[in-house]
Write a new protein. Structure first.
Length: 94
């Protein structure tokens, strides 16, 4: 997998992924950061907790802090991953 990282702030990370021939996470994982993943091209199966979703280009997934998640697929794909420790408090206010 090719991975290009851009750091905008100390606690905000943006990753661009361009993957050929598919890639699957070998296991579910979790982290303390909130994560938004925007799939730009390709198709993925994304599991969040116990629910699996079919994700296609143009769709986004939100992973809350400490929630188990995994992504699998066998096609080329590109995407943008945004991680921040406090998304909930800074971006989702009513």
């Amino acid at each position: 997998m090719a991975d290009k990282r851009i750091f905008l702030y100390e606690d905000l990370e943006i990753f661009y992924e361009d993957t050929k021939k598919g890639w699957s996470m070998p296991y579910s994982h979790h982290h303390t950061n909130y994560e938004i993943y925007i799939l730009l091209s390709g198709k993925r199966l994304v599991t969040i907790g116990d629910i699996t979703y079919r994700v296609e280009a143009g769709m986004a997934s939100l992973f809350e802090s400490n929630i188990s998640h995994r992504s699998v697929g066998d096609t080329d794909y590109t995407g943008i991953c945004i991680q921040k420790p406090i998304f909930k408090n800074t971006f989702c206010l009513p």
